[in-house]
Design a protein around this ligand. Structure first.
Ligand code: ATP
Ligand code: MG
Length: 390
């Protein structure tokens, strides 16, 4: 019989009265992630989701579901008739799929249907004995088996599974709200975005580019990063903001050591206006502490000072190595290390300020036509819808 994917969720089970809201959103996200693999059918029963899908799409579906936040684990489940012989045969098939000579196994039966003629321990024994009689080299180990054959005896059918594939955990994207991610082409901001998605935030992204100093390759890199994030978080609206004029003016009129801090202050002002227009109540960045001279507490404070929206920095507690590890795992790393400059790597001051005085920054900004620069940047934002690359 055709296998079904059983999907388990975790944290959302704790959400009390909001539970249906969380469960519906996860259902929608599951359906969304399977787009293109039609026909399929997703149902929800007693705290679990079941996906019916053509066998040839089963593997692709599993791969996609491993990126849907809120999912704790996935098992391909094989339904059979309520008949001991059928159960035995399917159990043997499952074992064969991951067989190694000398393998240890255990049968774990749950009997929700009390009318089934065999009690639970007897099902375990009978199916176990059947497997031991096969021509495979097997041993029972009830404490630490290499494979567990799970058998669930329900009203109409028995369901067997052995594989438990971990999902990404977290909360379904969309349940905690929306945010604007400042996305550079670097290693950190995609990871920060992934972490925001993991906590259920739906994202739009804002990228500043500086043509002609930054080229199409840099743009493609950012779009590819968005495609990657979209596989975890659904389609992403990407806003591309021109930063060339702003950078030129800052460089022309302001002291060199302040360049980065001043650029960030302008980026955040633009981000805040865009966020207001898009009704996004928080901003996310990939900043962490102490990685580079511009990421001191004083600099972060000076950057925050220009906006009133909360600026969240999911990477604040991470070492670079930990960030790189996540980047590798979520596969953003190979995209991030493509050697194309973004606007910030172009004009790096030799000695950036580490303890900027807000007074001095404000004085430097007085020399800039700030309002016009920001208005013109906002007016010229180009917006794209980025879909997940599957
Ligand atoms: P990343 O790897 O994300 O670029 P980083 O460690 O290189 O981070 P910075 O380059 O100082 O740090 O950037 C700090 C943060 O500012 C980034 O994580 C990102 O959120 C934001 N940012 C930097 N450059 C851009 C840009 N061109 N467009 C949008 N956001 C940017
Ligand atoms: Mg960077």
């Amino acid at each position: 019989m055709q296998p079904v994917l059983l999907i388990r969720y975790g944290e959302i089970a704790l959400k009390g009265k909001n539970r249906p809201f969380f469960e519906n959103r996860l259902l929608r996200n599951i359906e969304e992630s399977l787009k293109g693999l039609e026909p399929f059918q997703v149902s929800f029963r007693r705290g679990r989701y079941y996906v019916k899908i053509e066998e040839e799409n089963l593997y692709a579906a599993q791969r996609r579901l491993r990126q849907v936040f809120g999912i704790v684990s996935i098992s391909p489940v094989f339904p059979v008739k309520l008949d001991l012989e059928e159960i035995c045969r399917q159990a043997l098939q499952l074992l064969k799929n991951s067989y190694k000579p000398g393998m240890t196994f255990k049968i774990a039966t749950r009997r929700a249907n009390k009318n089934f003629p065999y009690p639970t321990p007897e099902v375990n024994n009978l199916v176990g004995a059947y497997l031991l009689k096969s021509n495979l080299e097997l041993k029972v180990d009830v404490h630490n088996p290499e494979i567990v054959i799970n058998i669930e005896i329900r009203e109409k059918k028995a369901y067997l599974y052995s594989q438990i594939i971990p999902g990404p955990g977290g909360l379904p994207v969309g349940v905690t709200g929306k945010g604007l991610l400042l996305l550079s082409g670097g290693i950190d901001s995609p990871v920060a975005g992934w972490m925001a998605l993991k906590r259920g935030i739906e994202l739009e992204a804002l990228h500043f580019h500086s043509p002609p100093f930054t080229g199409d390759n840099a743009l493609h890199k950012v779009m590819d990063l968005c495609q990657l994030l979209a596989a975890y978080g659904g389609n992403i609206t990407l806003h591309l903001a021109p930063f060339t004029e702003i950078q030129k003016e800052i460089r022309l009129r302001c002291p060199e050591p302040m360049l980065i801090t001043l650029m960030r202050r302008v980026m955040l002002r633009v981000a805040e206006s865009l966020a207001a227009a898009r009704k996004l109540p928080v901003i996310f960045t990939g900043e962490s502490l102490g990685q580079v001279a511009s990421q001191t507490l004083e600099n972060l404070a000076a950057i925050n000072e220009v906006v009133s929206l909360p600026v969240l920095r999911p990477l604040i507690g991470f070492d670079k190595e930990e960030i790189v590890n996540i980047a590798r795992r979520i596969e953003s790393y190979p995209i991030s290390i493509r050697p194309f400059d973004d606007c910030c790597t172009l004009f790096v001051p030799r000695h950036p300020v580490t303890r900027p005085s807000v007074e001095e920054l404000r004085r430097a900004e007085e020399k800039l036509p700030l309002e016009e620069l920001i208005a013109s940047c906002l007016d010229n934002i180009e917006t794209k819808q980025i879909e997940a690359l599957r």
